[in-house]
Design a protein around this ligand. Structure first.
Ligand code: NAP
Length: 286
């Protein structure tokens, strides 16, 4: 049976892809940094292996006998070098295909670190000598309900330094379904897909949430200084704060507004709207 390795298998998209693949006729290997923390994905049919990108010694055994890799990298400073080292081992191990999770707006010339790293990782994979598909999702809607981003939403206010820009919002379930379909198919060779939902301003987002919960919330466009303080209150480290502020700047400049039919073509239905997402998570938003 063919083996698919999913890296960062506990992540927002990785965990969903592992779940989608668990009943497919493939051998799924879930690469995780910490096996003890990964109990939730450790179910029948899923082989959980240690794959810590800070420990290159873990690459070789994780890639043994693997045909395809769904390659997710965490937001860490040396991710481009890691991508290069990992792709080299993948090539040596005879991997036939890499599906890279990149990001909308990936660009080697971007002033946002994240978007530049995505661009550089894409270049590494394109030059790896391995067949590839690159997936560039917009902002995950799930950011509004988890992590520090969601904590910017409190006391009836959503506070972000994003001005009145429209930002593309895509449901992680849709991204995972698109990635699963690409993984289960041998087409899509050397293609780049923009996985977009619809774009919204934060004013539109808070109106949608307010309509669904019946509780009024407002959007406040905050300065980067205030955003920095709020992230510090969430115990986000200085390096990550700078990276996130760079991305917020790109959002404010309108670089994250885009629409493509790629997602619809891959999953056979239109993208989830933010209203549908908010309704599904009404209890969390209430
Ligand atoms: N969030 C978005 O809106 C968005 C949009 C477009 C693209 N992306 C891209 O998607 C990728 C994943 O981001 P995310 O927000 O989905 O992440 P996430 O859900 O927060 O997950 C991060 C993952 O990275 C793992 N990890 C951290 N350090 C690791 C290491 N040294 N070795 C192996 N695994 C490690 C974590 O494992 P543990 O469970 O052990 O902590 C976790 O599985 C990033 O490249 C990001 O730029 C994100």
């Amino acid at each position: 049976m063919n083996t698919i390795l999913v890296t960062c298998a506990t992540s927002t998209i990785g965990s969903r892809v592992v779940n989608n693949l668990k009943n497919a006729h493939v051998h799924v290997r879930a690469g995780v940094r910490n096996k003890r923390k990964a109990k939730a994905i450790s179910v029948a049919n899923i082989e959980v292996v240690e794959l810590d990108f800070e420990k290159p010694a873990t690459y070789s055994s994780a890639l043994e006998g693997v045909e395809k890799v769904f390659f997710i990298l965490p937001v860490i400073p040396n991710q481009v070098e890691i991508a290069r080292d990992f792709a080299k081992v993948a090539k040596e191990k005879g991997v036939k295909k890499i599906i890279l999770l990149s990001g909308l707006g990936a660009d080697i010339k971007s002033s946002s670190d994240i978007l530049r790293w995505h661009g550089e990782k894409e270049k590494v994979i394109r030059k790896s000598g391995i067949s590839y598909t690159i997936l560039r999702p917009g902002n995950f809607m799930q950011n509004y309900i988890s992590g520090c981003y969601s904590k910017m939403c409190g006391n009836g206010k959503l506070m972000l330094p994003q001005g009145d820009a429209k930002i593309n919002q895509v449901d992680a379930d849709d991204i995972a379904q698109a990635a699963t379909n690409v993984l289960m198919n041998f087409g899509h060779k050397d293609r780049i897909y923009n996985l977009t939902g619809y774009s919204y301003t934060n004013m539109e987002i808070v109106d949608l949430i307010s309509n669904i919960t019946g509780k009024k919330i407002e959007y406040e466009d905050i300065s980067e200084e205030i955003a920095r303080t709020k992230m510090q209150q969430c115990k986000v480290g200085d390096w990550m704060i700078d990276v996130m502020l760079g991305l917020q700047r790109a959002c404010r400049e309108g670089l994250m507004e885009a629409y493509s039919l790629d997602l619809k073509n891959l999953i056979g239905k239109g993208p989830t709207t933010f209203a549908e997402f908010a309704l599904r998570h009404k209890a969390i938003f209430s």
